[in-house]
Ligand binder design. Structure first.
Ligand SMILES: C[S@@+](CC[C@H](N)C(=O)[O-])C[C@H]1O[C@@H](n2cnc3c(N)ncnc32)[C@H](O)[C@@H]1O
Length: 396
């Protein structure tokens, strides 16, 4: 073993995966593999104002179809015995390798569950005027065999998508600078992508194996979500980067910051936070109507970005008795006068106009309460936060 964290939740092996995998004894719950795509053939992309090579390293150099098939067959064969019977495997690629990976998975007896399309919301412009800009990658999700009863965190995945089952196209940005504070890997995956994969397919305490760990994004997402990680890479330089990233999240403040960044997905469903006195809150729940002042002290209306993705409302009284409700219509609000609210049985006091949100009055059962709700927020400023701030991942 090359490295083991004190709590044993993060273990690394250095070497060629084909050999290391055959020496491992422990079976794992999920395998995430981001193998070489074999696309380093001298192509160009635009970075800033200059043209740069897309070459990633010797390990990613172009190979013949036969060699790519052979490589994929070997690592998939070596992985299979290490996966528990009800376990699943995720494997990434682009058109350069993904058809080979899919073929080898099927030939090894795996059953495809989904093929996720990662639609990059901020793709790097590709050089050339003979093709569309490359802006997607594919991630195959497969179970060990036809009889496997694999785990899918259905309730959580649905909740993260505003109560509707999440589609297999995920619009997420590429890796951000905030994920590269410990150094760079040429093909680092974004934490937001791995976070979703780990949440969707594993339970707290389970173990993930990554045979092409690189900078250990899988391990970082796994540990942030209370899962264990085993990673293999042939490059010591990349493993060292992974260790620095692991040390980074051992600092609780940094770990919280990181989780906040992950939650700041520009496409994520948002929640309107609303403080209300107990009596008003009870009336709101009874009627399915939530309101807040439409304007600050000078009378202007302040609607913050994220409102268009608003799908929930969180009612609380000074941080206590928090309840989370789904809106009847996404991103939609009405402006009511004080008189209209009074006709609905409310006693609003300060303003002439109010923002009104209508919600389904059945509260979501499992939520976590962030501490900073405890300071009483001004009701005239719309406070919008990502939904994942309030979902208790350990409960799903
Ligand atoms: C696509 S990158 C993985 C990046 C990783 N997902 C991340 O977020 O940093 C593939 C990695 O596989 C490693 N690799 C390639 N061939 C290997 C082999 N035969 N055995 C072990 N590692 C290998 C490379 O060093 C590289 O870090």
């Amino acid at each position: 073993m090359y490295y083991q964290s004190e709590d044993n939740s993060f273990r690394l092996y250095h070497g060629d995966s084909m050999q290391v995998l055959r020496q491992l004894q422990q079976q794992v719950d999920v395998i995430f593999a981001d193998p070489p795509y074999f696309l380093s053939g001298g192509g160009k992309k635009i970075q800033g104002r200059s043209m740069v090579s897309v070459n990633k390293g010797d390990w990613d150099k172009l190979r013949s179809i036969g060699e790519i098939d052979e490589f994929n067959r070997q690592w998939i064969d070596a992985c299979k015995p290490l996966l528990k019977d009800n376990g699943t495997i995720w494997a990434c690629g682009t058109f350069h390798n993904i058809y080979s990976v899919e073929k080898c998975l099927k030939e090894t007896g795996f059953q495809i569950i989904n093929i996720i399309t990662w639609h990059k919301s901020d793709p790097t412009p590709t050089w050339g005027d003979l093709h569309f800009n490359f802006s997607s990658e594919f991630i195959i999700w497969a179970r060990k065999n036809q009889r496997s009863k694999h785990f899918f965190n259905y309730d959580l995945v649905k909740e993260l998508n505003g109560g509707v089952l999440m589609p297999d196209v995920w619009k997420l940005p590429t890796v951000g600078m905030w994920e590269k504070t410990c150094g760079k890997h040429p093909t680092q995956k974004p934490l937001r992508l791995l976070y979703r994969i780990v949440m969707a397919s594993t339970r707290v305490g389970e173990t993930l194996l990554d045979p092409f760990a690189g900078s250990c994004t899988t391990g970082i997402a796994a540990n942030l979500l209370g899962r264990k990680f085993i990673g293999i890479d042939q490059s010591e330089e990349f493993l060292q980067l992974g260790i620095r990233r692991k040390h980074e999240i051992e600092n609780p403040l940094r770990s919280i910051e990181m989780q906040k960044k992950i939650a700041e997905n520009p496409d994520e469903v948002t929640v309107m936070i609303n403080h209300a006195r107990p009596k008003t809150k009870a009336k709101m729940i009874e009627t399915g109507i939530c309101y807040l002042r439409a304007g600050d002290t000078k009378g202007s209306l302040c609607v913050t970005p994220g409102f268009e993705r608003l799908e929930y409302v969180l009612l609380h009284t000074n941080g206590e008795d928090c309840r989370l409700f789904r809106l009847k219509q996404k991103g939609c609000f009405q402006i009511w006068s004080k008189e209209t609210l009074e006709q609905h049985g409310f006693t609003p006091s300060h303003a002439t106009y109010y923002i009104v949100l209508k919600f389904d009055n059945k509260a979501l059962p499992q939520i976590k309460i962030p501490n900073n709700l405890k300071t009483r927020s001004n009701t005239f400023v719309a406070k919008v936060r990502p939904l994942s701030d309030f979902l208790d991942f350990s409960q799903y």
